[in-house]
Design a protein around this ligand. Structure first.
Ligand code: FMN
Length: 180
């Protein structure tokens, strides 16, 4: 059965290591019959959420809501910024709700600065996703800068293996096809 997975890169930075991580998992889980999508919050720039109904009609917001609505599952990677998720990711999630997330499986990972960072961002993301009634998998992953080369490619083999396991967990939660 084909399933749509929405992959979200939660960094607003052009040279984001978060993007390097999302690229790995996006390539691993590309359901041939499904319609998995990649949303990069560096490219998909949203206004600062202000609660005004007019904002909900903006193209970028309509597109975000549609992608999330059509997704059967999510893989979200956040950078760790000041011990939490990025403002860009939190802002994007404020445009969404349990209407798009309720009961859907979500795999999470973080890109941190090294020095044992990442866990706070993941705990923060887990808490935020509880707010939209998402079904966050217990397994998670933290990527450190040394695993990513100067071209922005995630090169660490053990890391790829760990991410592969996370992808398999998500695939089995949502019955998606997986190529590993
Ligand atoms: C504003 C800011 C705050 C940061 N705070 C933390 C932090 O609290 N812990 C940490 O491990 N790394 C921290 N970092 C480093 C990022 O996690 C690191 O740059 C990593 O590559 C993920 O971000 P990126 O996807 O934007 O590259 C911070 C970076 C920025 C720009």
């Amino acid at each position: 059965m084909s399933r749509n997975v929405l992959f979200i890169s939660g960094s607003p930075r052009a040279e984001a290591r978060t993007k390097a991580v999302i690229n790995v998992v996006y390539r691993l889980l590309r359901d041939k019959q499904g319609n998995s999508q990649l949303l990069d919050l560096h490219r998909h720039v949203l206004p600062l959420f202000n609660g005004e109904p007019a904002q909900q009609e903006l193209d970028t917001v309509v597109q975000l809501r549609k992608l999330a609505q059509e997704a059967d599952a999510f893989f979200i990677v956040t950078p760790e910024y000041h011990n939490g998720i990025s403002g860009a990711l939190k802002n994007a999630l404020e445009f969404l709700s349990s209407d798009q997330f309720k009961g859907k499986p979500v795999a999470i990972a973080a890109a941190a600065g090294g020095g044992k960072g990442g866990i706070n961002a993941l705990n923060n993301l887990r808490l935020v996703l509880r707010g939209v009634h998402a079904n966050v998998l217990p397994v998670q992953y933290v990527a450190d800068p040394h695993q990513i080369d100067e071209h922005g490619i995630f090169t660490d083999e053990a890391g790829v293996q760990a991410l592969q396991e996370l992808v398999l967990e998500l695939a089995s939660a949502v019955n998606a096809e997986v190529r590993v």
